[in-house]
Design a protein around this ligand. Structure first.
Ligand SMILES: Cc1cc2nc3c(=O)[nH]c(=O)nc-3n(C[C@H](O)[C@H](O)[C@H](O)COP(=O)(O)OP(=O)(O)OC[C@H]3O[C@@H](n4cnc5c(N)ncnc54)[C@H](O)[C@@H]3O)c2cc1C
Ligand SMILES: *[C@@H]1O[C@H](CO)[C@@H](O)[C@H](O)[C@H]1NC(C)=O
Ligand SMILES: *[C@@H]1O[C@H](CO)[C@@H](O)[C@H](O)[C@H]1NC(C)=O
Ligand SMILES: *[C@@H]1O[C@H](CO)[C@@H](O)[C@H](O)[C@H]1NC(C)=O
Ligand SMILES: *[C@@H]1O[C@H](CO)[C@@H](O)[C@H](O)[C@H]1NC(C)=O
Ligand SMILES: *[C@@H]1O[C@H](CO)[C@@H](O)[C@H](O)[C@H]1NC(C)=O
Ligand SMILES: *[C@@H]1O[C@H](CO)[C@@H](O)[C@H](O)[C@H]1NC(C)=O
Ligand SMILES: *[C@@H]1O[C@H](CO)[C@@H](O)[C@H](O)[C@H]1NC(C)=O
Ligand SMILES: *[C@@H]1O[C@H](CO)[C@@H](O)[C@H](O)[C@H]1NC(C)=O
Ligand SMILES: *[C@@H]1O[C@H](CO)[C@@H](O)[C@H](O)[C@H]1NC(C)=O
Ligand SMILES: *[C@@H]1O[C@H](CO)[C@@H](O)[C@H](O)[C@H]1NC(C)=O
Length: 491
């Protein structure tokens, strides 16, 4: 169940007969197929978040309707041709959303963006980034739960679960999806919702690309004028207080309007603590729930009333596209402040102790960002998910989860292997250390996970069995496992 991918630097393109056949077969049948050296190919083959994702597909298929996608898929399946699917291209894992020689299907032109008559539901195509969605909704004074950074893609996030600013109010972003339009392996287009294909509806909430290609998400909207949000950054001397604030918030928060992403951001010779704070209110600042953080003096802060679209744009500027990136996920779970603090301290200290090893191998000028962040997911969040019908992620509302993410961004593909080996070792050290004190949990949030990590095992054996059963029912030939090798596979 690990992600199927080519290791960095492993991809020597070899022209496979079946891949060439795939491009030939759909090129003859559909107009929306683009060969290398066409401007569309050149644009779409580069339209990825991290350089580590760039490959050499044989052609690009960019359908404009779900019917065209269905027709193309039928042709590829009949020819037994390999393909990959890309939405916003933010899964930073080589081979997860791209392919050498095969057909790269891109969602860019599936761009439904329309409110229902009563504005309670947004019909949303997979061709968008979240910034476009928030910009569209802003004049209506509405938002949806989605990516916190504007550039991130819609479909991959919703199929992974989706950690949004609204988690404590509405659960994972996928829990607000009330209907999916899906192209199945045999080219049939179905609507999956609570009353039609309810098993598929559930499986799409965390089960990623194992069941079909989603061509429209119908997602519930939320009222949103302005929010009080930004970052609060504290100096290195306050990092112990900052880590304590992280544990205190995770253990104690009862205000559903809150969302936080505390991060420790080291540089070569120092470090800061910087937390994203989001409060869903147009007129309340400095809520009590944030006191653990806002009581620490800030050396810089951007807290202000702003729209969600403005917030997503501001956060999007923090990261750089088109360099080389890796995210790694991990989780501790506990129920008390003391245990959560112990876990946070172990993770931070283990990560910090590994840093000299990385700096010894990569010049500081070639490291763009190193960051370690935490995302608390507790009872409010999980209860909100369950109230909307639940999802495949398998989290238990009696626990408090603190999902951590390691982020490294670097310049120069020459360092891909160094960074890869470093995060593998660092992650194992962290997880071994949290396991030794009984805090480790196998949940790895897909959106933050790396190529070497297992995802579905963390959902629990029962959910894995259900997901496998549903995949077999909707895709008996295993098209989405074999012909579409990229991404996190359930088998
Ligand atoms: C800078 C950054 C910030 C992030 N912030 C957040 C955040 O705030 N919250 C959060 O939850 N996650 C976040 N993520 C993680 C994010 O959710 C994942 O990277 C997600 O995969 C992005 O979606 P995408 O469409 O861009 O992905 P892609 O890379 O395009 O796709 C991801 C996977 O889904 C498959 N897929 C894509 N479209 C479809 C479709 N229509 N039908 C079936 N399968 C499909 C692809 O084949 C691939 O395997 C962030 C990632 C980055 C890099
Ligand atoms: C693309 O164009 C380059 C330069 O014009 C050329 O060398 C190359 O062979 C072309 N590739 C294909 C697949 O046509
Ligand atoms: C398809 O997507 C591309 C890239 O976003 C865009 O330039 C083009 O206008 C779109 N075409 C249609 C028909 O939507
Ligand atoms: C669920 O799917 C059925 C069958 O296509 C459709 O009639 C119904 O409107 C859908 N429900 C929602 C909430 O979209
Ligand atoms: C949690 O909240 C309680 C009640 O408000 C308070 O007494 C306690 O100090 C808080 N714990 C932490 C770690 O902040
Ligand atoms: C603050 O905003 C909320 C939500 O819009 C509103 O219900 C409340 O009346 C406002 N309070 C004040 C004091 O303006
Ligand atoms: C946390 O990690 C940072 C570097 O990432 C380090 O500077 C700091 O000393 C660490 N603090 C603790 C308490 O572990
Ligand atoms: C959820 O966690 C509680 C507390 O640890 C445990 O008693 C319960 O059995 C768990 N529920 C499930 C479904 O695992
Ligand atoms: C390191 O980064 C610089 C730009 O900062 C770049 O020019 C150089 O090629 C990179 N080094 C390697 C080995 O890629
Ligand atoms: C983690 O623990 C396993 C099992 O005890 C061990 O084999 C492995 O070497 C440990 N990893 C590291 C990096 O110490
Ligand atoms: C396509 O697959 C679905 C799900 O297995 C099935 O219900 C449907 O009958 C199939 N359609 C055709 C035309 O085979």
């Amino acid at each position: 169940m690990r992600v199927h991918t080519l290791l960095p630097l492993a991809g020597l393109a070899s022209a496979s007969a079946s891949a060439t056949k795939g491009c030939n077969v759909i090129k003859g049948a559909l107009e929306q197929v683009y060969l290398p050296n066409s401007s569309v190919y050149e644009y779409e083959a580069q339209n990825f978040w991290s350089n580590t994702e760039l490959m050499s597909p044989g052609c690009v298929f960019r359908p404009q309707t779900s019917a065209q996608l269905a027709r193309g898929l039928e042709k590829l399946v009949a020819a037994e041709a390999k393909f990959a699917v890309r939405g916003g291209g933010h899964m930073g894992i080589r081979g997860s959303n791209n392919i050498d020689d095969g057909v790269l299907i891109v969602m860019s032109n599936l761009t439904t963006l329309e409110l229902s008559a009563d504005q309670s539901v947004l019909h949303l195509g997979p061709g968008f980034r979240w910034q476009q969605v928030y910009d569209f909704l802003e004049p209506y004074e509405l938002a949806v739960p989605g990516g916190r950074l504007g550039p991130v893609g819609v479909p991959g996030l919703l199929l992974a679960g989706g950690i949004s600013y609204y988690g404590n109010q509405v659960g994972f972003a996928c829990d607000s999806v009330i209907n999916y339009e899906v192209v199945l392996a045999n080219g049939t287009i179905v609507e999956a919702n609570a009353t039609s294909h309810a098993d598929l509806f559930w499986a799409l909430k965390g089960g990623s690309s194992n069941f079909g290609l989603v061509t429209r998400f119908d997602i519930e909207t939320l009222p949103s004028t302005k929010v009080w949000a930004g970052t609060w950054t504290v100096a290195e001397e306050y990092i112990p207080d900052f880590l304590a604030a992280t544990a205190a918030f995770a253990a104690n928060n009862t205000d559903p309007k809150t969302h936080i992403v505390p991060a420790v951001v080291p540089s070569a010779d120092s470090a800061v603590g910087s937390v994203i704070l989001f409060y869903d209110s147009p007129n309340v600042s400095y809520p009590d729930a944030f006191k653990p953080f806002t009581d620490i003096p800030a050396e810089a802060n951007t807290m202000a009333f702003k729209t969600v679209a403005e917030m997503a744009r501001e956060m999007g500027e923090v990261v750089t596209s088109h360099i080389n990136d890796i995210f790694v996920a991990g989780t501790i779970k506990a129920t008390t402040y003391d245990d959560l603090l112990q876990g946070v301290n172990i993770i931070n200290a283990t990560f910090a102790a590994q840093l000299p090893k990385l700096y010894a191998q990569i010049p500081t000028a070639n490291i763009s960002i190193i960051e370690l962040d935490w995302q608390p997911i507790g009872a409010q969040w999980i209860d909100a998910s369950n109230a909307r019908g639940g999802n495949a992620l398998g989290l238990n509302a009696s626990e408090i989860y603190l999902c951590y993410a390691e982020v490294v961004e670097w310049i120069g593909s020459a360092y891909d292997e160094v960074v890869g080996a470093w995060v593998v070792e660092t992650t194992e050290l962290i997880n071994n250390a949290t396991d030794a004190v009984g805090l480790y949990d196998p949940f790895n949030y897909m959106g933050d996970a790396a190529w070497f990590q297992d995802i579905y095992g963390g959902y629990g054996a029962e959910n894995v069995a259900k997901l496998q059963e549903i995949a077999s029912a909707y895709d008996p030939e295993g098209v989405f496992q074999t012909l579409m090798p990229g991404g996190y596979k359930i088998f």
